[in-house]
Write a protein that binds this ligand. Structure first.
Ligand code: GLU
Length: 433
């Protein structure tokens, strides 16, 4: 018994992200008194595929990259989750991210399971042709486990709609007909959904609005999301840039944003539309004239009302958490706060909007895209946004109800919300054979 347990944990648990995901699950399981058989089952993924992805580089040489697709749980429906291109991606991290997708999809009520994929590559070093070859060969290598009814990839860190278009085309070429439902986050022209590209950032801001209302309702100092509220955004990418723009349009003062080139800070508030123009011209934030520079580390320590870590996992850790002063921390990225750091933040009364709730807008609109594609009937952007807002509001309310009835932290409450639905489904379906 104990042998098989240690064997399975050795295979997966070498990354901090995976360990943190398991710790969060354990905390939720203890708090909700989850059936221990279900808890054990959820600590390990259902299936994982490791593939070698050889491509010819522009200089004529052949390089082999390592790729993964992990399906954590598919009780509620096909696997769902993004494909990450990052130099440090590994099997364990992808497995941890797949686990978070399971809880995220369950929490927001989608008929989807949790999966994740990745290629260990620095996408900034690839030409367009190399990126295309890598994406196509990877798709071909994992094609036996993906499909509209099996597992549906989407963009994640380092990938976007163009990668999804290549994936859709490769899968379709191999089938002999167009299969748009194999991926979501596609460009509109080939079956994407209006509002998908902005959905994660938009959802982040919806949850911040709900958090502000909730804090006022329980008598905490008001965060009004007007000019009196300061915001900093770590990671000015697909999620962070949209969140910054949305919260700027609400009237809040976005004082700092950052990317790989470092951060920019203006105590009077940055003009986000202008910052976006600078980035579209120069690719990075560095050199933006109307601001001082600030390091990524110092940005996290600003005394702001709202901090949105929207870059990558493990940015707020036990090492820097004592410097973090924000009142509301909205986890735009997956796993930006480690479990140790989370405890410290919760003890000092910070309000955490957990990743599985905060950034669920992306997968929610991915689901809408999949549904629209299956019906060949596409919705207006207003319709997409209204439905997104409704799903996110229900999920937020559910998490608050659980947080209040168990008197636990928001992270644990969000996990309980996800695990509870899944638990009931797993018990109903039973164990095969
Ligand atoms: N990569 C996103 C996430 O982590 C979106 C996944 C999806 O749309 O399937 O939630």
């Amino acid at each position: 018994m104990s042998d098989s347990k240690s064997l399975s944990s050795h295979l997966w648990d070498f990354s901090d992200l995976y360990r943190n995901a398991v710790l969060q699950l354990e905390e939720a399981a203890t708090t909700m008194r989850l059936d221990p058989n279900i808890a054990e089952r959820l600590k390990v993924p259902k299936r994982a595929l490791i593939v070698s992805v050889p491509i010819r580089l522009d200089d004529g040489t052949i390089k082999v990259f390592e790729g993964y697709r992990v399906q954590h749980n598919m009780t509620l429906g096909p696997g769902k989750g993004g494909i990450r291109f990052h130099p440090e991606v590994n099997l364990s991290e992808v497995a941890g991210l797949a686990m978070l997708m399971t809880f995220k999809c369950s929490l927001v009520g989608l008929p989807l399971g949790g999966a994740k994929g990745g290629i260990r590559v620095d996408p900034s070093q690839l030409s367009r042709q190399e990126a295309q070859a890598l994406t196509r060969r990877y798709t071909s290598e994992i094609n036996m486990i993906i499909g509209p009814d099996k597992d549906i990839p989407a963009p994640d860190v380092g990938t976007d709609g163009q990668h999804m278009a290549w994936m859709m085309d490769t899968f379709s070429q191999e089938k002999g007909f167009a299969v748009p439902g194999v991926v979501t986050g596609k460009p509109i022209e080939i079956g994407g959904s209006l509002g998908r590209a902005e959905s994660t950032g938009r959802g982040v801001v919806y949850t911040i609005q709900h958090a502000a209302k909730h804090l006022a309702a329980i008598g905490k100092p008001a965060v009004k999301l007007d000019g009196s509220t300061t915001v900093s955004v770590h990671g000015f990418g697909k999620v962070g840039a949209v969140a910054a723009l949305e919260i700027y349009h609400l009237g809040a003062k976005v004082v700092a944003v950052s990317d790989v080139s470092g951060g920019i800070y203006n105590k009077n508030g940055l003009n986000i539309p202008d910052v976006l123009k600078h980035v579209s011209r120069n690719k990075v934030l560095a050199g933006y004239p109307e601001a001082e520079t600030i390091s990524n580390e110092d940005l996290l320590a600003l005394p702001v009302d709202v901090l949105i870590p929207a870059a990558i996992d493990g940015v707020i850790t036990e090492k820097n958490v004592s410097r973090v002063k924000a009142k509301i921390i909205a986890e735009g990225a997956n796993g930006p706060i480690t479990t140790d750091a989370l405890k410290v933040l919760e003890e000092r009364g910070a309000f955490i909007i957990p990743d599985v709730l905060c950034n669920a807008g992306g997968v929610i609109v991915s689901y809408f895209e999949w549904v629209q594609g299956m019906q060949n009937f596409f919705w207006s952007e207003n319709e997409v946004n209204a439905k997104l807002a409704e799903v996110m509001e229900n999920a937020f309310r559910k998490v608050i109800e659980i947080q209040q009835s168990y008197r636990c932290g928001m992270k644990t409450a969000a996990l309980i919300a996800g695990v509870d639905r899944l638990n009931r489904a797993m018990l109903l379906r039973g164990l095969f054979p």
